[in-house]
Design a protein around this ligand. Structure first.
Ligand SMILES: NC(=O)c1ccc[n+]([C@@H]2O[C@H](COP(=O)([O-])OP(=O)(O)OC[C@H]3O[C@@H](n4cnc5c(N)ncnc54)[C@H](O)[C@@H]3O)[C@@H](O)[C@H]2O)c1
Length: 263
């Protein structure tokens, strides 16, 4: 038991999110899928969203067949109207929102030099990775109560620069600072906002990219632990930030990168 004014009982049981309602964007694959599965196994009711219905349907079915409470909605996170529809659907179904995980993201071409990057692609990456989380916070906060938690999935690319990742790095640095600004503003309402910074994680995002093998070799080679992470290892960090176990953390960065940024 810790004394944080609320005297929570921190139980290491499978019910760390009991009675909580969460929205996870990009829940049809990778880190979002792992997080949805972990959250529901910890007692949360979860809405997953994304643009690919087949993927969302499959994750929803998997979770429901394990007794989890979940539903999906089609949503493009870069569209304000989609956010309004999604949050309304979540409130209609569950009556509240306790946790928002802004996870959906795209890399753009991670190997494009600055002169070769088009302005359109740059803006597309920013629209998904930075405007998306902003719209999510803006739309969800009016429905949130004291004790709510927002987790923005940034990246080590939001901490360190790299050649070729100019659009992605700009978006993830933006998401890191969006989290801090929101954390300060929302603290008086008792809403916490933190960011998580994954290193190289074995998901479709990096497995399906151009020159995936060379990129993997480079990323794993620069990771002191000498391997890529599983999506579950990110989900554990997101669970910590979403739950009351991190009740005195806000505006913080949780780096889970196998030591990549330790140099
Ligand atoms: N895999 C890694 O190595 C790594 C490293 C650091 C950070 N991240 C971040 O983790 C998050 C999850 O990525 P992942 O690795 O699980 O990859 P992923 O490709 O499996 O997941 C991303 C999800 O976002 C969805 N998505 C993309 N654009 C969207 C949009 N406009 N609206 C709604 N959904 C959209 C995709 O359909 C997909 O399901 C991303 O924000 C990514 O930047 C990943």
């Amino acid at each position: 038991m810790i004394n944080n004014g609320n005297t929570y009982n921190l139980q290491l049981t499978r019910s760390r999110l009991k009675e909580k309602v969460a929205l996870i964007t990009g829940g049809g694959s990778g880190i979002g899928e792992a997080t949805a599965k972990l959250f529901t196994s910890e007692g949360a009711s979860v809405m997953i969203t994304g643009t690919r219905e087949e993927k969302l349907k499959k994750v929803t079915k998997d979770i429901q067949s394990n007794g989890g409470n979940t539903l999906y909605a089609i949503q493009d996170v870069s569209k304000e109207a989609d956010w309004e529809k999604t949050i309304q659907a979540l409130i209609n179904r569950f009556g509240k929102i306790d946790i928002l995980v802004n996870n959906a993201g795209i890399t753009g071409d991670l190997l494009a030099s600055l002169p070769d990057r088009t302005a359109e692609e740059f803006m597309q990456v920013l629209s998904t990775n930075l405007l998306g989380p902003f719209l999510g916070i803006k739309t969800a906060v009016p429905f949130m109560q004291k004790g709510a938690s927002i987790v923005n999935v940034s990246s080590i690319a939001g901490i360190t620069g790299n050649a070729g990742g100019n659009a992605y790095t700009a978006s993830k640095g933006g998401s890191r600072m969006l989290s801090k600004g929101a954390a300060i503003e929302l603290a008086k309402q008792g809403i916490r906002v933190n960011s998580i910074h994954p290193g190289y994680v074995e998901t479709p995002m990096v497995q399906d990219m151009r020159d995936a093998n060379a990129f993997r070799e480079m990323a794993v080679g620069s990771t002191p632990l000498g391997r890529g992470a599983s999506p579950d290892e990110m989900a554990m960090g997101i669970l910590f930030l979403a739950s009351e176990e991190s009740s005195f953390m806000t505006g913080a960065e949780l780096i889970i990168d196998g030591g990549f940024t330790a140099f």
